[in-house]
Design a protein around this ligand. Sequence first.
Ligand SMILES: C[S@@+](CC[C@H](N)C(=O)[O-])C[C@H]1O[C@@H](n2cnc3c(N)ncnc32)[C@H](O)[C@@H]1O
Length: 214
Amino acid sequence: MFLNSRYQYLLLGLCIVAPKSIIEVGLARGIRAFQMIQLAKKYHPDIKYTGYDVFDTKDANWHRLVGNGKKVEAKSIIEKNLKSLSNNINLFEGMTSETLWPYTNKADYVWLDGDHRLESIKKDFEALKESKVIVFDDYYSTGEHDGFHIENYGCNKIVETLNINEIFITPETKDLPNIRVVFWSKDIFLINKLKKCLSDSNEIKKIIKLISQN
Ligand SMILES: C[S@@+](CC[C@H](N)C(=O)[O-])C[C@H]1O[C@@H](n2cnc3c(N)ncnc32)[C@H](O)[C@@H]1O
């Protein structure tokens, strides 16, 4: 069974991990943030969400440079939207070189989807690597996407350095088959559970049924 989009793996994975805390690097318009908090609330009503982004403070040239093709929204608008779901929301505005790298942080579930430059993803990962599960976006199975080559963009070169037993590269999806998300965790039991459930269409159907019941 091919899922429509890699974001479905992110959301299904969240249901398996049932995190008490989420960190997202790169929010764009906050769509995934809203979806993740909504789902996580089913497991922990007091879910803590932390987001890092430059929001609407940079111009189109800057977004091209960092490989961002998504529309962005102002921090205040996203914050208002997310606070309708939870009071435990913290948004940090600015480049992660200033807001994250000097401090480090951790969460049960991290969606690492900010700056697409390899060197920046490395530093974002370094700052968050005490987290339970990190989900990388932008693994290019063909070695590039839209002219962005894995020598300088995406997470391939980082994933190559990780212990193979600690990662799960998701299968292709219908919309953009060459872009995958990659789950990483030092918890081998958990990564094996993610692998098993997310590779099995019956398990996926079970999770979908479960979350639509609650
Ligand atoms: C691909 S979008 C995020 C999409 C979102 N996670 C989702 O699932 O819909 C990337 C975001 O990262 C932000 N970003 C890129 N480089 C960044 C940096 N160095 N520091 C902070 N935010 C950055 C961009 O402003 C943009 O909102």
